[in-house]
Design a protein around this ligand. Sequence first.
Ligand code: ARG
Length: 598
Amino acid sequence: MTSLRAALTQIVGDAFEAEGLPRAFGQVQDSDRPDLAQFQCNGALAAVKFLNGRPADGSPAGDAKANPRAIADKIAARLKADPLFAKVEIAGPGFLNLDVTDAMLATQLDAMRADARLGAPDTGAGRTVILDFGGPNIAKPMAVHHLRSSIIGDCLQRLYRANGWTVISDVHLGDWGLQMGQLITEIELEGTAPIYFDPNITGPYPQEPPVTMEALETLYPRASAACKANTARLEAARRATVELQAGRPGYRALWKHFVTVTEAGLTREFESLGVKFDLWNGESSVDGLIPPMIEDLKARGLAQTSEGALVVDVAREDDKKPMPPLILVKSEGGVLYGTTDLATVIERVRDHAPALILYVVDHRQHGHFEQVFRAAHLAGFAGQAELEHVGYGTMNGPDGKPFKTRAGGAMKLYDLIEMGKAEAEKRLAEQGIGADYSAAERAGIARKVGIATIKFADLSNHRTTDYVFDLERFSKFEGKTGPYLQYAAVRIQSILRKAGTFDGVPLSLTSPEERALALHLLALGDVLAAAEDKRAPNMLCDYAFELAQVFSRFYAAHHILSESDATLRAARLGLCAQVLAVLTKVLDLLGIEVPERM
Ligand code: ARG
């Protein structure tokens, strides 16, 4: 369905057109002054600039002195003839202030109620978006920036799906870099799995992995520290990486074990966060595409040798800052992060013909993506696809530095979720919530509340800003928090449970609070479109929070369950049900579940 604002824009556009003006001036927006009007249109002012700036030969006589009020008058006269408007006023130099009738609001609400998608826009119809997010690295525990990527990326995948896109999410595992060579050399030195290093053996290798996830978690930091301290070790790790990439059977077999073992752990972590991926591809998935890509780039003169490495020069004349070339192959023969990302563009375009590929990755990787995108466009790999880096800032600790555990290590996702749950349990007990529920139900509620605490806190900031992780504040039941919104939804659920049947009564609006609620509900489609356009989950958070507040004002001002007029009672309950449907939907887009009761 078209949103109310879009429908009004259509009507006001028609009026401008009927006056011989471009219909684009009919753009209607939510009023800046909700106390004065519901909607406004500033087109008359823009139209004057347009008319006065028009070349003399094209402009009809008299228009040279066009004034905005005169134009606004003409538009207003046309709009007043439309019974849809309850009010058409001109304010200031020529702003149009508009109210629609309550009947119109009720009709729109009914249409929204009948729409299974609740008025979500169909911006993605017939188009595919690939969402690259999560991006954990094999053997390394997930760090906080992977957490943000997972939460923001998951919200975007839900939002794009809601808006009619075909979404393909890909976790894009970091499984092909130096850390693999570091691990391989570490295991070689430990001598715990010699079969993988024996040059006389080419397989088959044992089915059983020689390492557990826990072992990998201690092996990797040890290997990485050793490589930092000792250049010979680093060289060995580099060589092992090159040999792995070149296909040495023992290394490949060992690497496969690392991948399988880590994937099992990662799946568990992502599942506990409620995040799912369509594809579990990794950097290594494009291994086969790299040699032909390199041949192609060389043949077309797009790749050159520079200081022993093979690079693509991506600098442009108008660059303000130096733009280093994208390195495809290092002098010792290994391929890099940029090489796999470039080949992945080829693979994605070939397999899915996307209109858009979004990379939800820490904004510190901006330079990397700029290089990859430039190279992809130079080589014509992107096809119809727009490539965009959706960057985000850092989650900091109270010291203003990237969040760490108390022991000083990078926080693991799993531990963070546990922290959220523990805090939720504490809060629920404080509020006396669930004292009489079974332990299992209480634990279930704490899980949902804990996850809501973390996700909402993360998503409610504009993604590019850094924020300080403050569990104490994020977990409050008052204020702009996940738990507050869950609580608001649970409260409406409980009203509706007590209400019995009330269906079939058309909505009617009689008070300013009801009107405000109706307008807010009807804005959902516009908000979903804007949040998609800006890749901005925080707009969904703002919307949900305002909806809960507008609902609270409505709830405080009216009898609902206790209303004695049966028709009025049913109409108000209908409004409650619609608020619940919308709130639940938006929370779901944020990846937040609403408990049955709290
Ligand atoms: N593995 C990378 C990291 O840990 C993130 C991957 C992001 N996605 C991509 N296509 N480069 O920083």
